[in-house]
Write a protein that binds this ligand. Sequence first.
Ligand code: BES
Ligand code: MN
Ligand code: ZN
Length: 497
Amino acid sequence: MEYLVKSGKPEGQRTGCLVLGVFDKRRLSEAASQVDAASQGQLTAILGKGDMDGAAGQSLLLHGIPGVSAERVLLLGLGKEKELTERAYRQALQTMFRVLSASGARDVLCALGETAPKGRDRNWAIRDAVQQVETLLYRFDTCKSKKGNSLPNAKKITFLVPGTADVAPARDACKFGLATGRGMNLARELGDLPGNICTPVYLAEQAKKLGKRFKTLSVEALDEKAMEKLGMGSLLSVGHGSRQESRLIVMQYKGGGKNADTHVLVGKGITFDTGGISLKPGAAMDEMKFDMCGAASVFGTVQAVAELELPINLVGIVPSAENMPDGIATKPGDIITSMSGQTIEVLNTDAEGRLVLCDALTYAERFKPVSVVDIATLTGACIIALGHHKHGLMSNNTAVANKLLAAGKAAADEAWQLPLGEEYDEQLKSNFADMANIGGRSAGTITAAQFLARFTGKYKWAHLDIAGTAWKSGDQKGATGRPVPLLVQYLKDRAGA
Ligand code: BES
Ligand code: MN
Ligand code: ZN
């Protein structure tokens, strides 16, 4: 899809479909009123017949409205004007997409920029519309013999803004929304791919492909031998029972020059998590192919940052392994030595995410980062705490935590902070090694973060537990592409762009 911006009045524009907002009780938006006036009250007359009252989710597709150059006019219900929520706004965009998919309209002129949700401005509304449309276009048909369709005929959406001075910022908003949406779609594609295709080696190949697309991006993947040399005994212990080789993928984006700050993202890349010898129950185990969604969000964010050419340096690190039971798999009670030198008693082989992350977090030290954010589908306990709506956030630094919380709000991809503390750290005590890899039943999300905190003393660090937000189950089963919007926003804010 192509996204454009144009200034002017809605009634005089040639387009396949002009999209206008209508509020509750048939209150017309500004652009809709202008069209109403140009058509001598046609919209008011049609609405007066009772086909639509403006409730959120409603729509009405009209043909042949006199006095306007558009072939069609699509009215979208937005609910109460004073309480226009982001959900209602996004619902309207979804409805628009559905109507356009069943329509012959070849291009679209969208005036929804003026009906931004409460607390947001026009450019936010445009950016979110682009991101929504772009992600609605996503289909996972890589593994289907018949490719799906039901996509809009339109290949072009133009956003209408009032004045010429409004055009440039709206174009930036389009660019930002498009890069974010495309980053989400990349994350979703990798997440949705099955474990027999999306292996650690496959992820490393995809990273190298990404590296070839941008001059600013260089990619390397450490194999098991290279990781052994670095002493990554913890990461390597996870893939021990698998026929799939483990990889440490390192993507370096240099967009900021020598003196620019470096930020690091570390994404959990378990391409399938059976639990290992501490085997998971069979129900819904297929969903453990999504256990690399943290890694996928790093891919998506790196791509978006490179497309936007943000003036920062960014390193994306993906520790990737497959967690399988086997004759030589790591077993409960085994003691391993991490790259940091700290020893770990593996009391549960299903707590493997922290084992791959800790060595990647030690590796991150060499980049002298201003901030390190890890992203992981780390604990089922996080789903119990926060459900499927907000990411769990834990951090050793208040400023970084607040920046991530603010970025989540700005991008409508929110996180919620949970505490860290000595008393939680004590739950990781082991009689046989420096620490155990589990901290008991209580506060499972926090003790997992507490484990990671033992490897992040040298820099400002935050951890996003995305166990509840990275994918959907049921008939909508599939990766969500979250938290790419939060991460791209965070890095854009840090770049001062
Ligand atoms: N990948 C899982 C966490 C998970 C489970 C995410 C279900 C989303 C849905 C992780 O590796 C895991 O198994 N964690 C264990 C930790 C426990 C053994 C301390 C868990 O949450 O049960
Ligand atoms: Mn596990
Ligand atoms: Zn896992």
